[in-house]
Ligand binder design. Sequence first.
Ligand SMILES: *Cc1c(COP(=O)(O)O)cnc(C)c1O
Length: 403
Amino acid sequence: MPFDARGLPAPLPDVDIPLCVPNIGTNEWAYVKECLDTGWVSSAGRYVERFEREFAAKVGVPYAVATASGTAALHVALLVAGVRSEDEVIVPALTFIAPANAVRYTGAWPTFVDAEPDYWQLDPAEVRAFLEHDCERRDREVWNRRTGRRVAAVLPVDILGHPCDLDAIHAVAGEYELTVVEDATESLGACYRGRPLGQRSQLTCFSFNGNKLLTTGAGGMVATTDARLAERARYLTTQAKDDPLEFVHAEIGFNYRLSNVQAAIGCAQLERLDEFVARKRQIASRYAHALCGLRGVSVMREAPWATASFWLSTILVAEGRAAHGSRALLKSLQAARIQTRPLWQPLHRSRAHTGSFARPCPVAERLNREALSLPSSTGLTEAECDYVVERVAHFLAGDRGAA
Ligand SMILES: *Cc1c(COP(=O)(O)O)cnc(C)c1O
């Protein structure tokens, strides 16, 4: 087993520079030790409440409900938003699959809509095109004419640390009286028009999985400004107990509560969120300055409405313009023990979601072919960052003999 400089096992066997790994400090150890010392290790305990309170304050919302994962947060948020079996929910084609899966958990169907080409987020114009061209209004509801299903909600996903154009999405959603459940799991710490993500939509979901902006090992959060929605989310995530003493239940609930040990890690990580975001922004800007001169290479830019948290610094390697494609670059970096990753298969192409309705999604398809996420751990050193740059430049400039 390979070891790192401190003599600890290296995070991955064939990798010197991983894509994105957790950054664990001293308070994480101290808070977890306290849980173990006191026996408060499960889903009750003061760290769960403290994590919810401090997270809500950080994001600037009155309510936050901790969950066992980001996917659980999405499932519960959709239920709380009133999404029912055989409804439809608008989901971007270009995202990690979890939000689309969460829609299926409720019995509803995702409808896939394309990304916009500038910042790669859900395209509000395409959301509008779907509602205008593929749907009809009946009373105060919107129905997909092709599938015969009711459209219940829009689920924008702020991908890669960059916010969607939330005002534009809310404007369309408002016209059609659709609830907006936002998936900001990749973009904690980012701001939309100067305000932290989590404030704009009726419900916003976050994940604290291992490689997200901050981690609890596994975990998630539902943020909301609505007391009723928060109470309902809390009820459903804790087995829907109506009488905790007599074990009386009127509904099927879920065991979706975060544990105290995980919340303890979360409290310590939250203290460092600003530091993490600042570091991610430095990494993105270092890559941007160093790589943008390469023929056919561009980086994810920041929209005028955005202060991105740059969860994963991502480049596009333009087909027909760069010397090699993104997948050849990935292999070349892999040989140099640098871990990179393409973006997700667009979901309208996913066999897991056969039977879902989709608009044409040419932008998502092109971004999937051209994008590559580069190492973005907050612990990445300048030297490592420069080494990645050098290997990318060397490979893409190879044909012209320059390094
Ligand atoms: C990571 C992620 C999730 C799921 O979070 P988990 O905590 O792993 O369940 C959901 N949506 C997006 C966009 C993600 O990147």
